[in-house]
Design a binder for this molecule. Structure first.
Ligand SMILES: [Zn+2]
Length: 113
């Protein structure tokens, strides 16, 4: 399936609709209000109609939080070489409400880690 940011600049192709998403309460995820579906980077294709995403990186610099440079939607994050895991998480808030409705939301306690 494909999801897009609000202005359709960023398109993310997923292998299928995820069964569940993670809702994390850490300082950054709670501000973004993101719902993450986790993948290996080679499972996901990201394309851009106009401009590439820009990203935010902080703290231990293990994760880049990418957003559309036009509409500002947070579309995904990807781990950097500093992280032990090779992971890409897609923000399923970019999916239509009808799709999102059917996905189980798992609470993740990232705040106390
Ligand atoms: Zn956009």
């Amino acid at each position: 399936m494909e999801i897009t940011c609000h202005c359709d600049n960023v398109r993310i192709e997923l292998p299928s609709i995820p069964k569940e998403v993670g809702k994390c309460n850490c300082s950054i995820c709670s501000r973004y209000s993101a719902l993450w579906a986790y993948y290996s980077p080679d499972e996901i294709t990201i394309s851009y109609a106009k401009e590439k995403t820009v990203f935010y990186i902080w703290g231990d610099k293990e994760v880049e939080f990418h957003r559309c440079s036009i509409c500002g939607c947070v579309t995904h994050y990807i781990t950097t070489p500093k992280c032990d895991e090779d992971m890409l998480a897609v923000n399923m808030r970019m999916a239509e409400n009808d799709v999102l409705k059917g996905i189980f939301v798992r609470d993740i306690d990232g705040a106390s880690r």
